[in-house]
Design a protein around this ligand. Structure first.
Ligand SMILES: Nc1ncnc2[nH]cnc12
Ligand SMILES: [Zn+2]
Length: 337
């Protein structure tokens, strides 16, 4: 059976790959710039959107880090998170595990505590108003040094009971997972989960390093794993969750067009693929738009999109009872809709 946009929007789902700084819409960017007395190098919201034309990951990252300049106070981080959660709820998200990049802020002298207290406030607001649960994943910027990552982990120490895991993002090629093996081991010793971007632009070898050297619990993107049949078989065998981001892949030119996106190939090869929005303010759509675009272009069935949503709960860091409760609600939705 073909799948409708409204079925997708109402489908209970978890979002597992979302950079909170990447949910900064141009309207909020202007509002925060004004509130904080900052001048930004754009005349209008339309001019900002027009600048979002990327030919690779680095093109995007340059603009994304510049955009984050307007985030200064705990209220800014709270407002950013509240705006994301409001949009996510409208897209059927019932649980979100969100990335934040503390180094983007601490390197501008914004205290770690300012960032995290604002985000935690926004998370509490989403749970109170919408019943949406969420977890935080602290990402190390891989273009920076191992030493800087260790310093960030040390700064996070007072907050570790409110951080579910660590991740690895930013410029992939030239910064292999091996560079962060020791800091990931230290994070594991502190009881933190581990995820890493790998195989977005980098080769399958980076995915192997993420598995073998970082002992990841989840693989962010992972698209280029498909170039290596043995690696693909291993990911399927090990039940590794891939957090795939279709609109991001097209916008960053990692996939030529949605018509050739490999999301259906991933499912057919037995990979536990999920669909996510990555940096929705920059890539043209939130999670439902990602499901819808991929479903339309690749002819996904209703069962396929239910499988993607099921995978999002199975791949989450929720406990078994919470996962079971979400799966029961998902099954009830699929049976009734
Ligand atoms: N898609 C992406 N890849 C790597 N780092 C990122 N930071 C924000 N979005 C990212
Ligand atoms: Zn990402």
């Amino acid at each position: 059976m073909s799948v409708t946009d409204s079925f997708i929007a109402g489908l209970p789902k978890a979002e597992l790959h979302l950079h909170i700084e990447g949910s900064l819409e141009p309207e909020l960017m202007f509002a925060l710039a004004e509130r904080n007395g900052i001048t930004i190098p754009f005349d209008s919201v339309e001019a900002v959107r027009a600048a979002y034309d990327f030919s690779n990951l680095q093109d995007f990252l340059d603009i994304y880090y510049a955009g984050a300049e307007v985030l200064r106070t705990a209220a800014d981080f709270r407002d950013l998170a509240v705006a994301y959660f409001d949009r996510a709820v409208a897209d059927g998200v019932v649980h979100a595990e969100i990335f934040f990049d503390p180094q983007t802020h601490t390197d501008r002298s914004i205290p770690f505590a300012t960032v995290i207290t604002g985000l935690l406030d926004g998370m509490a607001d989403a749970e109170a108003r919408h019943g949406l649960t969420s977890k935080l994943i602290l990402c190390f910027l891989r273009h920076l040094s191992e030493e800087a990552a260790f310093a960030t982990l040390a700064e996070a120490e007072p907050w570790l009971d409110r951080i579910a895991g660590v991740g690895l993002d930013s410029s992939e090629v030239g910064h292999p997972p091996a560079k962060f093996q020791r800091v990931f081991a230290a994070a594991a010793e502190k009881g933190l989960k581990r995820v890493a971007h790998a195989g977005e632009e980098g080769p399958p070898e980076y995915v192997r390093e993420a598995l073998d050297l970082l002992a990841i619990d989840r693989l962010d993107h992972g698209n280029r794993s498909l170039e290596d049949a043995a690696l693909t078989a291993r990911l399927a065998r090990e039940g590794m969750t891939l957090t795939v981001c279709p609109l991001s892949n097209v916008k960053l030119c990692n996939v030529a067009s949605m018509d050739v996106h490999p999301i259906d190939t991933m499912l057919r090869q037995g990979l536990r693929a999920t669909v996510n929005s990555d940096d929705p303010a920059y890539f043209g759509g939130y999670i439902a738009a990602n499901y819808q675009a991929a479903a339309r272009a690749r002819g996904l069935s209703r069962d396929d999109v239910v499988t993607l949503a099921r995978n999002s709960f199975l791949g989450s860091f929720l406990d078994d009872a919470a996962v079971a409760a979400h799966l029961a609600r998902l099954d009830a939705y699929a049976a009734a809709a």
